[in-house]
Design a protein around this ligand. Sequence first.
Ligand SMILES: Nc1nc2c(ncn2[C@@H]2O[C@H](COP(=O)(O)OP(=O)(O)O)[C@@H](O)[C@H]2O)c(=O)[nH]1
Ligand SMILES: [Mg+2]
Length: 392
Amino acid sequence: MIRSHTLKIGLVAATITAVFILYSVISSIEVNKWIPTYPYYISGNPLMKKIDEPRSAQPLHRSTDENYERTNATLLSLVRNEELEDLIPSIMEVEATFNSRFNYPWTFINDVPFTDEFKERTRQLTRAQINYEVIPTEQWVEPSWIDENLFNASSRALEKEGVQYSSMISYHRMCRWNSGMFYKHPRMLQYRWYWRVEPKTHYFCNIGYDVFRFMEDNNKTYGFVINLYDSPESIKTLWPVTMDFVAQHPEYVHPNSAIGWLTDAEKRPEHNAKANGYSTCHFWSNFEIGDMNFWRSQPYEDYFNHLDRDGGFFYERWGDAPVHSVALGLFEDFNKIHWFKDIGYQHIPYFNCPNSDHCRGCIPGLHSDGTGLSPENCMSNWLKYSQMEDLY
Ligand SMILES: Nc1nc2c(ncn2[C@@H]2O[C@H](COP(=O)(O)OP(=O)(O)O)[C@@H](O)[C@H]2O)c(=O)[nH]1
Ligand SMILES: [Mg+2]
């Protein structure tokens, strides 16, 4: 009797312990925390169209093709040592969905040397060659004509207007470097194509074809995934300063430019007014697949120097996304700009989630993480004005 009672108590205790262990294990599993659990569908959302891979003038190149050859490209990440833990999952996902098949080299760039830990841990993640690079100081720090007192005063004023990162000099440097310096780095000079990868970004879809060769074969200059409105307070004079430049160089404006997209005032007139004539629509540049020959061209070199002389990278907080977008929208044929609809992507708080069998863990059509930010989506403007050929 006593023994059966002890047995019962033992059984109950064992069950409680087992339930507790099971609960601890389940609750410690990382269940894609960035994915909301509700459906999010917008009527007329172009992402809801079922797609596969893009149509290409030439056949898409696959690593399994006989005589497959890479083109001249690198995966590029400007990153700090302290961001290693946030970068690792992004590298793993790019490798899993794309690069383990194609083995494009990675180039990690930093304003200070990478630590041994950074190098050792990133080396474990890929079979591809890796370049670890430091930025030459003169390509990183503010140019000689930038006045420190004026920077401090301007950043305090911008801060009052709610401009994010306005008093962080490193953020201004980073935006300027991404605008007009990254493709001039001695290591980058050896490449033509780049794919920019940031820490904390996620990749949801298998890409079975070589995206760089797709760009090359189809005569594309720039590929993006997300199109957004910007904070007009950060770029108040970017458009007027750009118009001064265009007045000096009207010959640089492409006859097939996306100027309607850049100047739209219908959808968010208050943005256009605050940015003095610019819609603020831009390609979100934390993802870019691009041809550095465009950034190295005379029109862009002259444009960047004009902006740099003006000082708006420091006295305002011009981002590399609007700078790249304005240049592409004015000086490039819009047909050379490609929406990589098939690349499932997230950088908090936005997504590009295609309706495709190649994707996992991304809700088709999803644009934002549900924090009420979808009015920031500018894709409908891009589609309206660019009349870009739908390759899907
Ligand atoms: N090495 C280095 N990288 C930076 C610095 N500031 C930003 N970055 C990188 O530049 C990219 C953009 O910065 P991030 O903080 O993600 O800006 P956000 O996406 O606009 O919030 C990321 O890849 C960062 O790792 C810096 O001072 N040094
Ligand atoms: Mg970022």
